[in-house]
Design a protein around this ligand. Sequence first.
Ligand SMILES: C[S@@+](CC[C@H](N)C(=O)[O-])C[C@H]1O[C@@H](n2cnc3c(N)ncnc32)[C@H](O)[C@@H]1O
Length: 276
Amino acid sequence: MSNAREYYDRTSEGYVSKWREIDRKPENPAFYFRRRLIEGLLDLAAIREGERVVEMGCGTGLVLKEALKRTRPVFGTDISIEMLRRVQDSVLADRRVEIVSGFSGVPRGPAGIRGGADAYLMVDDIRNPSLPAGLFDVVLSLEVLRYVESLDSCLARVRSVLAPGSRFVFSATNLWSASLFPLRFSLRRRLGLVKPDRELLQYFVTEGSLRSRLRRAGFEVTGFRRARLASINPLFSPLIRTSAAARRIETAEDALSRVPIVRGLFDTFLVAARPC
Ligand SMILES: C[S@@+](CC[C@H](N)C(=O)[O-])C[C@H]1O[C@@H](n2cnc3c(N)ncnc32)[C@H](O)[C@@H]1O
């Protein structure tokens, strides 16, 4: 069970408002860091024109919008229909976006996808995707695996939709994050203090466990980056008021990502893996 669907159905408008100005106000540090995360994800994915790309847990389409600059059409799935509606009426309102009832609803001809849409969206669960096996060159997923408890079976199922020579590029959240949120949350969850009717259930990984789970699910890691250390710590983040400050912090974090022990405290892992 996951309570993410109800949560995101309820808060989709808020999610749109939170990121509405991401392109218009690049000097805002929160927007700066978010854009950098999306750029990092797409950089690792190295999407080529014509490749078949799906983002699982696409939310309101912030990543799809950037992916569309590299290939077309793109596919997006999400457990929340309201988040998909926000792609259509907000983030990609200037594009042709179709919400279909499943992959079989995507118009196809002998040469492949036949419809003229820029993006095809469907309700689907990353824990058990109903997409056709072996079809996608790239599966993207940003900030979704933190809602997945049974990561092993999820990874195996995501792997099944990947074509030969393809890649799965995703983020996962480090249990040892310098934000201390994952550690505190996990402790509260273990003590039974997290109330699923009031807050999102979340799950975190360590780098070691993530790497061994990927191996067990039949993936080889081809790229691994760490993002956000000081910038996510409640002591430092209020001091970062401009994108210039954010850029300086990012440069420092880049150097720190090479320092043993400290590198273990980054918040977000960006991972590229290929089925082997
Ligand atoms: C933090 S948002 C990220 C959205 C988007 N990837 C982005 O970076 O803007 C998390 C999204 O994951 C979706 N989600 C949560 N659990 C899911 C699941 N089991 N399967 C598919 N989507 C899920 C939520 O509905 C929500 O849209």
